[in-house]
Design a protein around this ligand. Structure first.
Ligand SMILES: *Cc1c(COP(=O)(O)O)cnc(C)c1O
Length: 222
């Protein structure tokens, strides 16, 4: 199937579930993204700042750009003028830098806090205790140019559906708890970003509102 056909079938599957599709276009040429754009896709996800900025400059300005990778503080400034949502925020230091760059650009930057739900050691993110401590910390609550829109998580890379499902279910419980107990001008819990090519169906069943899909749309990456 073509990129257009694959996207259309995803859009049909997701629209009636209130789930947003972020087309993860990392490593793919702009030509592929243009095809997706022509098919109506407006949310694109990249994991490298330089590549994201380059594609932003080349493409239509009505695209919503999602930074889904690990973000270094010294690169926030390149994204701050236009980024739609930063998914992988995993420290107060990074939030402070995003706030600083948001202030410079006179715009509030929407972020998701990354939660460590997988068994693998290597994946970034907060655990539950760190997350609730952060949200209550005055160093966070006084920030004016960042807004927490929700949480993001990546499940363990495994064939075992039970593990994946329980990790996503745990993240959904945490999301609901935070939504209920933390209100503030810079917290607006609406987005639960979970699910990729291999596990998006489980993620949606467990309450995902945003899936990040790459290879199922654009083909395998080199
Ligand atoms: C690459 C990537 C994806 C998409 O992965 P696929 O398996 O190709 O769908 C989703 N989320 C993050 C954080 C990624 O880095």
């Amino acid at each position: 199937m073509s990129i257009t056909e694959l996207l259309q079938s995803f859009q049909q599957k997701l629209n009636n579930k209130g789930c947003t599709l972020v087309a993860v276009s990392k490593t793919k040429p702009v030509q592929n993204l243009e095809e997706a754009y022509q098919a109506g896709q407006r949310h694109f996800g990249e994991n490298k700042v330089q590549e994201l900025v380059g594609k932003y400059e080349e493409m239509s300005k009505d695209i919503h750009w999602h930074m889904i990778g690990h973000l270094q503080r010294n690169k926030v400034k390149y994204l701050a003028p236009f980024v739609y949502l930063i998914h992988g925020v995993d420290s107060l230091r990074l939030l402070k830098e995003i706030d600083k760059q948001g202030r410079k650009n006179e715009r509030v930057i929407d972020c998701l806090l990354q939660v460590h739900i997988a068994k693998e050691e290597s994946k970034f993110g907060f655990d539950e205790e760190e997350l609730t401590a952060l949200l209550a910390d005055q160093n966070f609550t006084e920030l004016e140019f960042v807004r927490i829109k929700g949480l993001m998580g990546m499940a363990t890379f495994t064939e075992n559906e039970t593990i994946i499902r329980s990790e996503f279910a745990g993240l959904k419980v945490l999301f609901d708890q935070i939504k209920k107990h933390f209100t503030g001008k810079n917290i607006q819990m609406e987005v639960l970003s979970m699910g990729m090519t291999n596990d998006y169906e489980i993620a949606i069943e467990e309450g995902s509102t945003m899936v990040r899909i790459g290879s199922a749309i654009f083909g395998a990456r080199n």
